[in-house]
Design a protein around this ligand. Structure first.
Ligand SMILES: Nc1ncnc2c1ncn2[C@@H]1O[C@H](COP(=O)(O)OP(=O)(O)OP(=O)(O)O)[C@@H](O)[C@H]1O
Length: 578
């Protein structure tokens, strides 16, 4: 039996490969030697035995021989054969002929000689041939107000015309596909272009100084929306780029004071489009797009006041969940104090800058964590999610301890539930812009200070705070680099189901169940918040299933801290740490 013949075992496959690779001769003679050795053992055996045949077929040397045969066969098939027996001679001749043509400047087609008597005023023409494909040509034309000439108004970045490098803004069109454009309207020229198939030939008088785009690429966040179809002023509606609040745009050309060229970073492959410049959009916003100011939740009226210890009854104490603090937050916009400071403090007005310059920011492991801001309509679950997050990992996530002017109760501790301060101290914090949010409730002031947030961040923890949207501009500083997560209700049908046992907090009822009107109000408010403040939201989570929403929140926070994000450019340029 071959199995018993251990002494004649072939060297293992790996070694065989190695030795074959270093010296093919050695490997082959080794195999052949093995074959002869093995064959000698077969002489004395019964040639009719099935076992013999079995052993023979399973013997490693036979397989090795078959492999060698396959390799030889493959090599024979692969052998390269020249396409023609004279290939080498032919290629040599072609090279020499090309060399001679270039050396003798023997180019075709031969152009007729220039006439001797060209008047000085004769304009040089350029003939441009573009092959039309599915894409637009990427250029706009206009009629010169004085001369009536048809001019290339702008060449769109990334379009066919720009990529050809042959058409420039300011070039004068003379002919399109052999048809003179003299006296035609731009619309008639567009019609000729629309009718043409395949190649389009332009005869142009080139502009004397083609514009050079030396500006650096700028990225901006759209703080408003823009719909070219609804803008009667846009020079070419088809070339317009629509965008929504919060879209990140790459501004590729700012040569024109009124109309910039931009592309969305979510769609980088497409050619650019026209967008109003910062100056123009600001003007348009003032003229047409004054959106209705946001009206926060005002339906809660104080009648019966009963202190409720929201924040207790958990496994441990978490600051910033007190009922009075939460009710006060909702009313903060109504406070006259808030209004007076807010206006001098540069809070967001409905007509703010339409574009905000942004850059990519990647937090370094040694940097403090970014502040996490949760916001959403009252009752959507902002506090529930914040509480779950802190309970999930209290050594990693924490709330800031708020300030209040009310007196400390016997069971409270200064710096645990609140920082208890005098009205004067509280107001001086407001006037020195050290309060991120504040409000008045039942004659007392409540609020969260920058320092309270910094205390959490300096400890190397992630500070998670709940904020009303009208306070968003106050926290948007390079110091805190907030990442804003909007918590959104799902549709009414799902909310009715998921909020069956949920309790709403009001200042006259404790543990009141959600009514349909509450859910409807929540949905309306969420829509208004999104419309007015959507540009500030870095991430949106629909809070339907609490479990899913928590998981999404955790993952969003991780991304905010560990992955590059678009942030206002001012946060980075004024950041001494980076
Ligand atoms: N996904 C959810 N499924 C079921 N119940 C939820 C969900 N999210 C929140 N709740 C419940 O809804 C109620 C209101 O939530 P929460 O107190 O967090 O609201 P809120 O957004 O903080 O509003 P407010 O600031 O007015 O208190 C609570 O009883 C909470 O447990």
């Amino acid at each position: 039996m071959i199995q018993s013949d251990k002494g004649a075992d072939p060297p293992d496959k790996k070694d065989m490969k190695l030795s074959t690779a270093t010296n093919p001769q050695n490997g082959l003679s080794q195999i052949l030697r093995l074959v002869l050795q093995e064959l000698s053992l077969f002489y004395s055996r019964d040639v009719n035995g099935v076992c013999l045949l079995y052993d023979l077929l399973h013997s490693p040397w036979l397989r090795a021989l078959l492999k060698i045969y396959d390799c030889l066969q493959e090599f024979k098939e692969k052998k390269l054969v020249p396409a023609t027996p004279h290939a080498q001679v032919l290629s040599c001749e072609a090279l020499l002929s090309a060399h001679d043509t270039i050396a003798q400047k023997d180019f075709e087609p031969l152009l007729p000689p220039l006439p001797d008597n060209i008047p000085e005023s004769e304009e040089a023409m350029r003939i441009v041939c573009l092959v039309k494909n599915q894409q637009p040509l990427g250029a706009t034309i206009k009629r010169h107000e004085m001369t009536g000439d048809i001019l290339v108004a702008r060449v769109i970045h990334g379009g066919l015309a720009e990529r050809s490098g042959l058409l420039y803004a300011g070039d004068k069109l003379v002919e399109v596909n052999g048809v003179s454009v003299e006296g035609l309207d731009p619309e008639q020229v567009i019609h000729i272009l629309g009718m043409s198939r395949g190649t389009i030939m332009f005869k142009v008088v080139p502009v004397s100084d083609p514009p050079v785009n030396s500006q650096k690429m700028v990225y901006v966040r759209a703080m408003t929306e823009y719909w070219p179809q609804e803008d009667p002023d846009i020079p070419c509606m088809d070339a317009g780029l629509p965008f929504q609040k919060g879209d990140i745009l790459q501004i590729v050309d700012q040569n024109d004071a009124l109309w910039w060229q931009a592309r969305k970073i979510s769609d980088p492959a497409t050619c650019a489009g026209l967008v109003p410049s910062n100056h123009l959009l600001k003007r348009k916003q003032r003229e047409f797009w004054w959106s209705q100011p946001y009206q926060p939740h005002t339906c809660l009226k104080s009648t019966l006041y009963k202190e409720e210890f929201v924040g207790y009854g958990q496994k441990f104490f978490i600051a910033g969940f007190r009922r009075s603090m939460r009710l006060c937050r909702r009313k903060s916009h109504l406070s006259p104090l808030h209004a007076s400071v807010c206006c001098t403090g540069g809070c967001y007005s409905a007509v703010g800058a339409p574009y905000e310059e942004v850059v990519r920011y990647q937090r370094r492991p040694s940097d403090k964590y970014r502040l996490i801001v949760l916001m959403g309509p009252s009752g959507v679950g902002v506090n529930e999610l914040r509480r779950q997050l802190i309970e999930f990992n209290p050594s990693h996530f924490q709330s800031a301890v708020p300030h209040t002017t009310r007196t400390k109760k016997s069971y409270e501790m200064n710096g645990r539930e609140y920082h208890y301060v005098s009205k004067e101290t509280f107001e001086s914090l407001i006037y020195s812009h050290r309060m991120l949010e504040y409000g008045e409730y039942k004659g007392h002031l409540y609020g969260t200070s920058v320092d309270a947030v910094q205390t959490v961040l300096v400890e190397g923890k992630i500070c998670v705070m709940d904020l009303e949207p009208q306070d968003i501009q106050v926290v948007r500083t390079h110091e805190l680099k907030p990442y804003v997560i909007f918590i959104k209700p799902s549709n009414m049908r799902c909310m009715k189901q998921s909020r069956k046992n949920a309790k709403i907090i009001t200042d006259y009822y404790v543990d009141m169940k959600f009514k349909d009107e509450d859910l409807q109000e929540m949905e309306n408010l969420a829509q208004r918040m999104e419309t007015q403040f959507g540009q500030f939201f870095d991430h949106v989570i629909v809070n339907d299933s609490l479990h899913d929403a928590c998981a999404q929140l955790l993952s969003a926070i991780q991304k905010a801290q560990e992955e590059p994000q678009w942030v206002p450019a001012t946060w980075i340029s004024s950041d001494t740490e980076t």
